[in-house]
Design a protein around this ligand. Structure first.
Ligand code: HEC
Ligand code: HEC
Length: 348
């Protein structure tokens, strides 16, 4: 009798166990379908018909990205603030540029940025090609006085001319400032970071842990994807910071570009790819922890007070968005040797 009972219990436990595993698999399946609609697998490249990515452009763009000689003091390259081995940021609230000066905004990651609707927190550059021409001339960043000085430096380094010729075949006056932007932009178009989340979206249902799956469900349930959607989990629109509950900031954001009253305190919704690694957070780098960023978002953007367990759960999901760039692609190139006419650094 006792034996019979135990067997019955054993079978019941087994059935229950199998049922819960099936329910779990089913809910993973349903969640994956839903997530595919909201997000989508990250493509390997962000194409631009006006600037097709070629190996020659990428090779040139990589050299320029890492070359500090296109800064006034010859100490700062794109990679100083957007370090490719640090998820494309420097983990500072604001970044030191020429003579250690700092701007008012946090350096966003260059990874996956080419997919965004526009560049910068306020969207003032249309694409990465246009964006790349900005920091070189920004007085608190690379501080070159004008494009001609930049081109003078590039022309004085003998190795650049053949690389520009290969990257822009058939063009006259190859070393020009637009081509600088195109080469750097082409390099950035393949700075992508596929992560376990992409494997999950692609059909590998066990690519995420139970905690990450629960976090994804919570992220969707709370309403985060109203703004953070698409393959980059953000980056596709501008939204008001403090949409539901006002947020204190002096930065007028998108208003600086459009001068429209209704754009005050609007910012580009950032991509959450690698966001677990790109702190400090928000446009001014004032938020010190990912948990705090999640808490503030729920309150100011959605009017919701999250329990610590929900915050931890969403953080687990955000961790699954931490991806890996191709190590060969991002390796620092051997710098081209300077020529006899290459200008000396100007520390003033
Ligand atoms: C001194 C630090 C510094 C240097 C050097 C620098 N940047 Fe930036 N970068 C920033 C900051 C700060 C922002 C955000 C500014 C804003 O939104 O107003 C930014 C924004 C960007 C963005 C926009 C990303 C997004 O999501 O909107 C890209 C792309 C970028 N930089 C690429 C580059 C490239 C390419 C170079 C070299 C040509 C470069 N940066 C040099 C600090 C720097
Ligand atoms: C109404 C639109 C909206 C909603 C909803 C929203 N966000 Fe945001 N999110 C933004 C904007 C805009 C920013 C940029 C904030 C800034 O500029 O300081 C941002 C920034 C963030 C950041 C910081 C990223 C960085 O690199 O600094 C994180 C993390 C984040 N959101 C997570 C979430 C989570 C989690 C949720 C759901 C609880 C959520 N967001 C809901 C619009 C939104």
């Amino acid at each position: 009798m006792a034996k019979y009972l135990w067997t019955r219990l054993g079978v019941a436990t087994l059935v229950l166990f199998a049922a819960s595993a099936m329910a779990r698999a089913e809910s993973r399946d349903a969640l994956q379908t839903r997530a595919k609609q909201l997000f989508g697998v990250l493509p390997a490249e962000a194409p631009n018909p006006a600037n097709p990515v070629t190996d020659a452009k990428v090779e040139l763009g990589r050299l320029l990205y890492f070359d500090p000689r296109v800064s006034k003091g010859q100490e700062i390259s794109c990679n100083s603030c957007h370090q490719l081995d640090k998820f494309g940021v420097d983990n500072e609230a604001t970044s030191p540029g020429h003579k250690g000066q700092r701007g008012a905004r946090n350096s966003p990651s260059v990874y996956n940025a080419a997919f965004h609707v526009a560049q910068f927190w306020d969207g003032r550059a249309a694409d990465v090609e246009e964006q790349a021409k900005g920091p070189v001339l920004n007085p608190v960043e690379m501080a070159m006085p004008d494009p001609d000085h930049v081109l003078g430096v590039l022309r004085s380094i003998p190795g650049y001319a053949p690389l520009f010729a290969k990257a822009f075949p058939g063009e006259k006056d190859l070393i020009n400032y637009d081509n600088f932007g195109r080469a750097v932009g082409a390099f950035e178009r393949k700075l992508t970071t596929p992560s376990p989340f992409d494997a999950f979206l692609g059909g590998k249902l066990d690519a995420l842990s139970d905690a990450e799956v629960a976090g994804l469900a919570k992220f969707i349930e709370v309403g985060c994807p109203t703004c953070h959607a698409g393959p980059t989990v953000g980056g596709l629109m501008f939204q008001k910071l403090g949409l539901v509950n006002p947020y204190e900031t002096k930065d007028l954001g998108r208003y600086e570009v459009t001068k429209k009253e209704s754009d005050k305190h609007f910012f580009k919704v950032p991509s959450l790819r690698n966001s677990a690694k790109t702190g400090p957070w928000f446009h001014d780098g004032s938020v010190r922890s990912l948990d705090e960023a999640i808490r503030l978002m729920a309150w100011h953007q959605l009017g919701k007070k999250l329990e610590p367990a929900d915050i931890a759960s969403i953080a687990a999901f955000l961790n699954s968005l931490t991806g890996k760039p191709d190590a060969t692609y991002i390796a620092a190139p051997k710098p081209l040797p300077s020529g006899p006419k290459t200008p000396k650094p100007d520390p003033t």
